[in-house]
Ligand binder design. Structure first.
Ligand code: ATR
Length: 287
């Protein structure tokens, strides 16, 4: 009997040792019995050009992109989705014939995790966004696309917060993007906030957790963190103690993966199998 050749999916990045994507996607592929395998491709910055040169010789039909390549892959691609263009970064590439199409499912994954795991709709909501790096930009774009009422950005380096707010304000005129300095947090914003998102690594690896005025948040406020390892970050622990509803970062990771899976396979991703693989992988990983 002729064996069907497996099609290849994967992730490119460096380092990749902590990536949970192979576990999550291979569990999904096995559940749906699809003829693909998902592999990690450890590619250093200086090897990116060679990776794209050799792509046509391999049976790769799609891949995720992670640190440090999310922006540097863009010149190698033939087209970008609207989200990828707005975020200025790509986390998913679809190989269609000779064409490479870039997507970004981080923002959509974030929004879907809010909707499905916390029954939270962004439209018209007041949001506090901690951070102004790449992850905060993806989340800010998602909040703008879904027409949050106001997003207040707080960042350790104030200039980056002002730059991001100015950039997003131009892109999304229906949402107000404001900045609150970290050393003088404007608590009047906090009393109106429906959602607090942490897109920084503060409180991890021995760094200080900001002294945030959580007690000014209304009791219905949802607090979420994009960091998924540990599952309960110092911020989420504190929020839980204060009886706020929390959403850990596994949600965004799962739904960005589900969106990528659908882009490559055109199949509905198996939620239970992917979530189980992801949470088991997280439980076993020692960060
Ligand atoms: P990512 O792609 O994960 O967003 P990044 O672009 O390097 O990574 O951004 C990291 C974000 O976390 C930034 O907002 C950074 O603040 P600065 O702009 O001041 O650098 C924030 N950050 C990282 N470590 C932090 C810490 N120990 N305390 C507070 N903020 C921190």
């Amino acid at each position: 009997m002729k064996q069907k050749q497996l099609k290849i999916l994967g992730v490119i990045g460096d380092p990749l040792s902590h990536s949970l994507s192979p576990l999550m996607h291979n569990a999904a592929l096995a559940t749906l019995k699809l003829p693909y395998i998902y592999m990690p491709f450890s590619i250093k910055k200086e090897a990116l050009a060679d990776f794209f040169k050799s792509l046509s010789e391999r049976a790769i039909c799609g891949f995720n992109v992670t640190i440090p390549h999310k922006q540097s892959v863009i010149p190698y691609l033939h087209s970008l989705s609207r989200e990828a263009r707005l975020i200025g970064a790509v986390n998913t590439v679809l190989v269609r014939g000779k064409k490479l199409i870039g997507y970004n499912t981080d923002g959509s994954g974030f929004l879907t995790s809010l909707e499905k795991e916390a029954q939270f709709q962004v439209r018209g909501k007041q949001v506090i966004l901690l951070g102004a790096g790449g992850a905060a930009r993806a989340i800010g774009v998602a909040l703008g696309m879904d027409e949050a009422r106001e997003v207040t950005i707080i960042n350790r380096t104030a200039k980056k917060a002002f730059d991001l707010a100015a950039e997003l304000g131009k892109k999304f005129p229906k949402t107000i993007f404001s900045v609150s300095p970290l050393d003088q947090i404007e608590t009047s914003h906090w009393g109106l906030a429906d959602l607090l998102v942490n897109a920084t690594s503060m409180g991890l690896k021995g760094t200080k957790l900001w002294d945030l005025p959580l007690n000014h948040l209304p009791s219905h406020a949802l607090i979420t963190d994009i960091v998924y390892n540990p599952l309960e970050t110092p911020l989420l622990k504190k929020a839980k103690k204060s009886k706020f509803k929390i959403l850990p970062g596994w949600g965004m990771l799962l739904y960005q993966g589900m969106d990528s899976f659908e882009i490559w396979t055109k199949k509905k991703p198996p939620y239970e199998a992917m979530k189980k693989a992801l949470l088991e992988g997280l439980a076993q990983s020692k960060l």
